[in-house]
Design a protein around this ligand. Structure first.
Ligand code: ATP
Ligand code: MG
Length: 469
């Protein structure tokens, strides 16, 4: 195969010419080659040369008029940006591993050594930039066939490949999910055998791959593979505990693992928001620890939304996910995920809707997406009924939001106002009055405006024995 048609950008020729001047051979290798053949857009290109990688990068940057170049002396690598392109230069390497680290000892090697150390045959493809065979694909392991057959296969013995660098197990599953490829059987078995080795990989690296899975069009594929290989259990046992069905007195509950994956896939159809996707993953996370069988009621999971929200920080912390507003958002989603559906089960009062708007604030639209995704019964007529009720709640939300502007609720009377009007220093009564005003607005007793709130405040204050200045 010749891919010179994929190398039309002028920097390929510049790099080739500079390599020739230095007397080195240079190849494009890895992800870019794979993605070209698959027709996927990519702007990261890795160049590997048999020697003088840093010099080649320096000279090529100069010839292209690029001044900013990052050089990593210890690794003998260099990188620069050229427009939208990220160009990375490395020397061909030969690697050898020790059992306690995924960071190998590295020595200078040939192109073939460098291809040997790649994780999958489809990632080991190289394109020659030499004049005499410009664009020729160098495929020592049948990567082209594997691309055609959509197969992930390791170039060398899979047990050694995964044991050397266990992150490759996460990558296998991520690629299987992203590219819709099958992990070849012996590779899959090797992942199962080596799953425990994942412990030598830093959590940050694992989570980078995990998030790439979460951002796939249909992440259930990746999570099922993580579950089936027992990798998931190593870093996210709470999710594994969702798996399974228990039956008592002939009553079974649903399998919350597969339910969660269905909700996740559903959310992915309407949102690319990583944190809404994580909310879907976490929404029922506390079902196992809250599960009870109650005579008459069957299986219950009382308070799972509350406990779930409280479990989020610990899980985020272990997974090295950010402990900032993103985590707060996930907590809020988990805590509130039952509310919109609960609303459909009762006579829908304005007051309940206003409270939901108040608590969800600006995240109400995301919450509604999650709730819609959470309707997954196998019983089609039940789903239709829920969806219809859900639409009524959505409609009500829109109407009340237009009328009352609760979403970004700012109290019309602040604590400072109250202190000034009644000549108070900070004290308990201020909070009591503020809460009373807020409740009166949310319950529709008064409107969300100054005048009505002021009069309401006077009545409340009098009850507390306070007089205005
Ligand atoms: P993407 O850019 O979509 O994450 P990629 O395959 O390009 O996919 P990179 O992390 O950019 O992944 O790595 C570039 C190349 O380096 C890969 O194609 C592969 O050849 C090699 N590589 C990366 N990580 C490993 C690893 N852990 N073990 C072996 N080879 C790897
Ligand atoms: Mg890449």
């Amino acid at each position: 195969m010749n891919l010179s048609s994929a190398l039309h950008h002028r920097f390929f020729n510049v790099i080739q010419a500079e390599a020739e001047k230095l007397g080195v051979n240079v190849y494009v290798i890895g992800g870019f080659v794979r993605d070209q053949i698959l027709g996927r857009p990519s702007t990261d290109i890795d160049f590997v040369s048999d020697k003088l990688g840093v010099d080649l990068a320096r000279n090529a940057a100069k010839a292209l008029g690029i001044k900013k170049i990052d050089i990593f002396k210890t690794y003998g690598t260099a990188h620069f940006r050229f427009g939208e392109w990220d160009l990375e230069f490395v020397n061909a390497r030969k690697e050898s591993y020790t059992s306690d680290s995924r960071n190998p000892q590295v020595e200078q090697g040939s192109l073939q050594d460098d291809q040997n150390r790649r994780d999958f045959t489809i990632n080991a493809l190289a394109i020659s930039l030499q004049k005499e065979n410009f664009g020729d694909v160098i495929d020592p392991f049948g990567g082209l066939t594997d691309l055609e057959q959509k197969t992930l296969r390791t170039p060398l013995d899979p047990d050694i490949t995964y044991s050397d660098d266990p992150l490759r197990m996460m990558r296998a599953i991520r690629f299987a999910n992203q590219l819709h490829f099958r992990i070849e059987q012996s590779s899959f078995e090797a992942i199962k055998r080596n799953a425990d080795r994942i412990k030598i990989v830093s959590m940050e690296r694992i989570t980078t791959e995990l998030n790439k899975i979460v951002l796939c069009a249909k992440p259930s594929i990746g999570f099922k593979l993580l579950f089936d290989t027992a990798l998931l259990d190593r870093f996210f046992p709470e999710m594994v505990k969702l798996h399974g069905v228990e039956k008592r007195n002939g009553i079974a509950h649903k399998d919350n693992f597969y339910h969660t994956l269905q909700v996740l896939d559903n959310v992915c159809e309407t949102s690319d928001n990583l944190w809404l996707r994580w909310s879907a993953i976490m929404h029922d996370i506390a079902k196992p620890p809250t599960k009870r069988f109650e005579e008459g009621a069957g299986w219950t999971f009382h308070g799972h939304e509350d406990l779930g929200a409280r479990m989020v920080p610990k899980i985020f912390s272990r997974l090295k996910l950010p402990l900032d507003h993103s985590m707060k958002f996930v907590q809020k989603m988990v805590l509130l995920h039952l509310r919109p559906i609960a609303l459909t089960k009762e006579e829908i009062s304005d007051s309940a809707i206003r409270r939901l708007l108040f608590e969800a604030g600006d995240d109400i639209d995301e919450l509604m997406k999650l709730c819609r995704a959470d309707i997954t019964s196998k019983n089609e007529s039940k789903v239709q009924r829920y969806l219809a009720n859900y639409e009524i709640v959505v409609q009500k939300l829109v109407e009340l939001e237009e009328k009352d502007r609760i979403r970004n609720f700012q109290p019309p009377i602040t604590g400072e106002d109250i202190m000034r009007i009644f000549n108070l220093t900070p004290c308990r009564e201020i909070g009591v009055i503020k809460t009373a005003i807020k409740d009166a607005i949310l319950d529709g007793i008064i409107r969300n405006e100054y005048e009505e709130a002021y009069n309401f405040m006077l009545v409340e204050a009098e009850r507390l024995g306070l007089k205005p200045n």
